[in-house]
Design a protein around this ligand. Structure first.
Ligand code: GDP
Ligand code: MG
Length: 375
C-alpha cells in the first residue's frame, strides 16, 4: 500500500482519531479522518505514540517468523490442516455458510446440541482417499483478523471470500480482498446464493476480475466455487478446493515439541474464570503445560475441543478452549509453552512489567501532544 487514512492509522495505533489529527495539526499538517497519509508521515505519527512501524519487507519477515517454525523443527515437520477464515460483505452469507458446513460435516449426534461455540471448529473431509481436516475460525471474522494483522500475527492460511451471486462485489468485499492481500493470505471465493433466481455468478466473476482475482476457468489462478448455504450445493467441492489450495501452500508443523500459537478469543467466565480459545500453530498442547500467553501465566487445567469434549492434547492447526490462565489475554496474543513452570512464571512477570512500561510511555507521548495543544 502507499498510505493509510487517519482513521485507519488511529485504529492501528489504538489512539483516538482526534489525538492523531491534533498531533499532525501541530506539525503543520491539516487533515481529517478520511485523508490518506503517506507511509513516512504515518510512521512519524506512530513513532510519536511509541509504536514501531513495520515496512512491507519487515512485514513479510514478520509473517515468516510468526509461522512459528524453528530450525529445530525441520526434521519433524508433518502436514497440518489449513486454518480458514471467512470474509465478505454483510448479508452475503458468511454465517449461513459456516453453519451449513458445520451441519453437513460434523457428525449429527455431536452437532445437534451445540449452541456454545469456541470461535473455531474443524470438519473432516475425504480427500484423495485420505481423511483430512479443515479448521474454520468463526470469530467475528474480519475484526479479529484485522486486529491480529496489526500485531503481525498470522493465523489464517486461506481466506474464503463469500460473495452473494445476486449482489456481487460490494465495499466490504473489496476491503476483504485488500486485507487478505496485505496479509499475503490466498483467497478462495465462494459465490454464494446460487439457488436464487436472480443469481448471476458470471457477473460476480467479472466484478472480481476488476479487483484482480481472475478465475481459473478464464485463465487465472483464483479458485471460485458457486455454492448455496441454503441448499448445500457444492459445499463438498468448496472443502475439496480448500484442501487443494492447502497443498499449494505446503502447510507443516512439528507436533513433537512444546506448543506455540495464538489467542483466538478470550473472556472472563463467571463460573470458570479466564477462558481462552487457543489456536495451536506448532507443537502439541497438553494438560498440565505451563505457558505464557501475552503477558499472562497459565497452567493448562482443562481443554475443550470445538464439540465441547474434554481433550488431553491439541496438535497443530487445532483450536481448543483452555482453562487455567491467571488472567484474560487479548485476541491476537501469542502463547508459548515452557519446560518448567518457574521459567514460564518468570517470563510472564517480566513481560507484564514491560507492558506497563510501554503503556506509561504511550500515555506520556499523548500527554506531550495535549500539552502542545495548550502552548
Ligand atoms: P452474513 O452477514 O454474511 O453472515 O450473512 P448471513 O449468513 O447472516 O445471511 C444473510 C441472509 O442471506 C440470511 O437471510 C440468509 O438466510 C440468506 N442466505 C445466506 N446464504 C444463502 C443462500 O445460499 N441462498 C439464499 N437464498 N439465501 C441465503
Ligand atoms: Mg454473519
Amino acid at each position: 500500500t502507499n498510505g493509510l487514512t487517519v482513521h485507519e492509522l488511529a485504529q492501528e495505533i489504538k489512539e483516538p482519531e482526534t489525538e492523531v489529527i491534533k498531533f499532525l495539526f501541530f506539525k503543520g499538517i491539516a487533515t481529517n479522518i478520511n485523508q490518506t497519509l503517506d507511509i513516512p508521515t504515518a510512521r512519524m505519527v506512530a513513532e510519536a505514540f511509541d509504536i514501531q512501524v513495520e515496512t512491507a519487507e519487515a512485514e513479510s519477515e514478520a509473517k515468516k517468523t510468526t509461522e512459528m517454525i524453528d530450525e529445530g523443527d525441520l526434521e519433524n515437520l508433518k502436514q497440518r490442516p489449513p486454518v480458514v477464515t471467512i470474509m465478505g460483505h454483510v448479508d452475503h452469507g458468511k454465517t449461513s455458510l459456516l453453519d451449513a458446513i458445520r451441519e453437513a460435516k460434523v457428525a449429527s449426534g455431536e452437532a445437534g446440541g451445540i449452541t456454545q461455540h469456541i470461535g473455531a471448529y474443524h470438519v473432516d473431509v475425504e480427500h484423495e482417499g485420505d481423511n483430512r481436516q479443515v479448521v474454520f475460525l468463526d470469530t467475528p471474522g474480519h475484526e479479529a483478523f484485522t486486529a491480529m494483522r496489526a500485531r503481525g500475527t498470522r493465523v489464517t492460511d486461506i481466506a474464503v471470500l463469500v460473495v452473494a451471486a445476486d449482489d456481487g462485489v460490494r465495499p466490504q468485499t473489496i476491503e476483504a480482498i485488500s486485507h487478505a492481500k496485505a496479509a499475503q493470505v490466498p483467497i478462495v471465493t465462494a459465490i454464494n446464493k446460487v439457488d436464487k433466481e436472480t443469481a448471476n455468478p458470471d457477473r460476480v466473476k467479472q466484478e472480481l476480475m476488476e479487483q484482480g482475482l481472475v478465475p481459473e476457468e478464464w485463465g487465472g489462478d483464483s479458485i471460485m466455487v458457486p455454492v448455496s448455504a441454503i441448499t448445500g450445493e457444492n459445499l463438498d467441492l468448496l472443502l475439496e478446493m480448500l484442501l487443494l489450495q492447502a497443498e499449494v501452500e505446503d502447510l507443516h508443523a512439528n507436533p513433537d515439541r512444546l506448543a506455540k500459537g495464538t489467542v483466538i478469543e478470550a473472556n472472563l467466565d463467571k463460573a470458570r474464570g479466564p477462558v481462552a480459545t487457543l489456536l495451536v500453530q506448532n507443537g502439541t498442547l497438553k494438560i498440565g503445560d505451563s505457558m505464557v500467553v501475552g503477558s499472562v501465566f497459565g497452567k493448562v487445567r482443562a481443554m475443550l475441543d470445538d464439540r465441547l469434549n474434554r481433550v488431553e492434547a491439541a496438535s497443530p492447526s487445532f483450536a481448543v478452549e483452555v482453562l487455567g490462565l491467571n488472567d484474560v489475554p487479548q485476541a491476537g496474543d501469542e502463547f508459548e509453552v515452557f519446560k518448567s513452570e518457574k521459567e514460564a512464571r518468570a517470563i510472564a512477570d517480566s513481560r507484564a512489567i514491560d507492558q506497563r512500561q510501554s503503556r506509561l510511555q504511550q500515555a506520556m507521548a499523548s500527554r506531550r501532544v495535549t500539552l502542545n495543544t495548550l502552548s
